[in-house]
Ligand binder design. Structure first.
Ligand code: ADP
Length: 491
C-alpha cells in the first residue's frame, strides 16, 4: 500500500518537488487534528446528550409508573390526572407513550392508534421480567424505552411478612431526538466555519513556510547557474542549512578540480606550442642563414642540412611522445592485458638498448631474482622499461653502469633501475614526472630528451594500478622503483 502510494507520488513530477511535499506535510499536520477533534467532540456530545435525555425521561417514567399503580390505571384508564401527566410527557419530549397491561393489551396510546391491540415484542417480554430498556435509533432520530410498571406487595409466609415486586404492566415510550440533532447541526456548522477559517490560515502559513524553507536550495541552484553561465568564478556559499553547506562544499571542490584541470590544460598547450616551436625556430635560423649567403660552400650546406635533419628528428620525437601521452590519458584506450613473461620482456628491451649503452660505454646489467609472469599490457610495459633504462643510460657518466633488478612477492613484481649517473637534484625530484620538465634543459637537449618520457612512464604504471618511486643523489646516481600487481585488477 505504502509502496504503491510512493510510486504514484513519484510518477507525478509535481510531487517530487520538496516545496510541494513540505506544503502537503504542513497542511496535513495542521488540518487533520482539527477535523478529527471536531468529529470526536460531535460524537461524544451526541452520546452524552442521548444518555442524559434517556435518564431524565426514564426517571419521569418511573414516577409515572408509580402513579399508574396508585390510580389503578391499568384496570381503569379514566383518571384525568394520569391523562394530563401522559399528555404533558408526550408534549414535552415530542414522544408517544403506550401503556401495556398484564395481558399484553395496550391500555392507552397517546397517539390513540394502537389502543386495544396486543403487543408482544422481545423488549416488552423482557420488561415484564423487570428490566428497563432503552435503544437509540440514530437513523430515524428517536429513543425507544420500555419501563416496567411495578407494584410492591406484602405477602404473608411462614417466616413472616415478605415484600415482593410484581410487574403489572409495561410502558413503551419513544421520544424524538430532533432537538439533539438540531443542536448538533448548529454546533457542527459553527465548528465547520471555524475549521474553514483555520484551513485558510494553515494553507497560507504552509505556502509561506514551504517557500521560506526551500529558498536556500533555490539560492544554491542560482549560484551554480551563475558559475555555469560564466558570470562568476567564485566558490558558492549558502550557509542557511547544513545540507546546503555540504552541497556548496562539494560543488566548490568540483570547481577547484576543474580549475586545476583547466590550468594544467592551458599550461600543457603553452608548453606544447613552445616545444614544437623551438626546433622550427632553429630550422628557420639555419635556412635563413643559408639563404643569406647564396655563395655558401657545399660543405656549409651539408652541415646546415644535417642540423636541420636533427631538428626535424627532434620535432618528430616530440610529436611521437605527445601522441603516446595523449593515448595514455585517454582511459578508453584501455589496456591489452595478457600474461607476460617479465624476464623475457626485460631481456628483450635491454638487448635493444645495448647498442646505445655501448656507444656511451655504459654497462647494462640484468639481475633476475626469480621468474615473473604478470598480467600486463606488453606494449605499455615495454615503454616503462625502455624509458627508465634509456634515461639511466642517457643521464649516466662515461664508463658508468645501469643495473636492472626484477623481483616479485606473492602480490606484486618490482623492477628496479639503478644507475651511476649524474643524479637528480632534491628540489627537482617532485617535478620530474611533469610533462616537459627537464632538470637541465641544455643537457637534456644534448642527449635528446623531450621531457615527456617520465610522464608517459608514470601514466602507464598508474594504468596498471602500480606505483613508481625514485631515490637519487646528485652526482652519484638514481634508482627508480616500479611496483605493479601480478594479476590485473579490472575497473
Ligand atoms: P627526458 O625526455 O628529458 O629524458 P623525462 O621525462 O624522461 O624527459 O625525464 C625528465 C627529467 O628527469 C630529465 O630531463 C632528467 O633531467 C631527469 N631524469 C630522468 N631520469 C634520470 C636519471 N636516471 N638520472 C638523472 N636524471 C634523470
Amino acid at each position: 500500500m505504502l509502496l504503491k502510494l510512493k510510486k504514484v507520488f513519484q510518477n507525478f513530477r509535481f510531487f517530487r518537488s520538496l516545496r510541494v511535499r513540505l506544503l502537503l506535510i504542513i497542511m496535513v499536520v495542521g488540518i487533520l487534528p482539527g477535523v478529527l477533534m471536531r468529529y470526536g467532540i460531535m460524537q461524544s456530545y451526541e452520546d452524552r446528550a442521548v444518555a442524559l435525555r434517556t435518564n431524565t425521561v426514564q426517571t419521569q417514567l418511573r414516577i409515572l409508573a408509580n402513579h399508574l399503580i396508585t390510580y389503578n390505571y391499568l384496570q381503569d384508564n379514566s383518571s384525568e390526572v394520569i391523562g394530563a401527566e401522559l399528555a404533558m410527557l408526550s408534549n414535552l419530549y415530542d414522544g408517544r407513550v403506550l401503556i401495556i397491561g398484564g395481558n399484553f393489551k395496550v391500555v392507552t396510546d397517546t397517539y390513540g392508534i394502537s389502543q386495544g391491540k396486543t403487543i408482544i415484542s422481545e423488549e416488552v417480554i423482557r420488561s415484564f421480567r423487570g428490566e428497563s430498556l432503552s435503544n437509540y435509533d440514530r437513523t430515524h432520530g428517536y429513543i425507544e424505552m420500555t419501563t416496567p410498571i411495578t407494584e410492591t406487595i406484602t405477602i404473608m409466609t411462614d417466616n413472616g411478612e415478605v415484600e415482593e415486586t410484581v410487574v403489572r404492566g409495561v410502558m413503551l415510550t419513544s421520544i424524538s431526538t430532533d432537538s439533539i440533532i438540531s443542536t448538533m447541526d448548529s454546533l457542527n456548522q459553527r465548528a465547520m466555519i471555524l475549521e474553514a477559517l483555520m484551513i485558510v490560515v494553515i494553507i497560507s502559513i504552509a505556502i509561506v513556510l514551504s517557500d521560506i524553507l526551500t529558498r536556500p536550495f533555490a539560492r544554491v541552484t542560482q549560484a551554480i547557474n551563475e558559475v555555469k553561465a560564466g558570470h562568476s568564478d567564485d566558490s558558492i556559499s549558502v550557509p542557511d542549512y547544513m545540507e546546503t553547506v555540504h552541497i556548496g562544499d562539494a560543488f566548490n571542490q568540483l570547481l577547484g578540480r576543474m580549475k586545476v584541470l583547466d590550468d594544467s590544460r592551458q599550461e600543457f598547450v603553452a608548453n606544447v606550442s613552445h616545444e614544437l616551436k623551438t626546433p622550427l625556430a632553429s630550422m628557420k635560423v639555419l635556412a635563413d642563414s643559408l639563404l643569406a649567403q647564396p655563395e655558401a660552400p657545399v660543405e656549409m650546406y651539408q652541415e646546415f642540412m644535417g642540423d636541420i635533419t636533427v631538428e626535424i628528428d627532434r620535432e618528430n620525437q616530440i610529436i611521437t611522445d605527445l601522441l603516446a601521452l595523449v593515448k595514455m590519458d585517454k582511459k578508453v584506450a584501455g589496456l591489452n592485458i595478457t600474461a607476460v613473461n617479465m624476464n623475457e620482456l626485460t631481456e628483450l628491451v635491454l638487448k635493444r638498448l645495448r647498442p646505445i649503452a655501448r656507444k656511451k660505454d655504459v654497462e647494462l646489467v640484468f639481475e633476475s631474482i626469480r621468474p615473473v609472469t604478470a598480467e600486463v599490457d606488453e606494449v605499455k610495459m615495454t615503454l616503462i622499461i625502455s624509458n627508465l633504462v634509456e634515461n639511466a643510460v642517457k643521464y649516466n657518466k662515461e664508463h658508468g653502469s645501469v643495473t636492472v633488478v626484477l623481483d616479485a612477492d606473492h602480490q606484486m613484481f618490482s623492477l628496479k633501475v639503478s644507475d651511476t649517473g649524474i643524479g637528480i637534484p632534491a628540489d627537482s625530484l617532485e617535478h620530474i614526472y611533469e610533462r616537459f620538465y627537464r632538470v637541465d634543459k641544455s643537457h637534456s637537449k644534448e642527449v635528446g630528451g623531450t621531457g615527456l618520457g617520465l610522464a608517459i612512464t608514470r601514466s602507464a604504471v598508474l594504468m596498471h594500478r602500480g606505483s613508481i618511486t625514485v631515490q637519487s643523489l646528485e652526482g652519484e646516481g638514481s634508482t627508480f622503483l616500479v611496483k605493479i600487481p601480478l594479476s590485473h585488477i579490472a575497473g
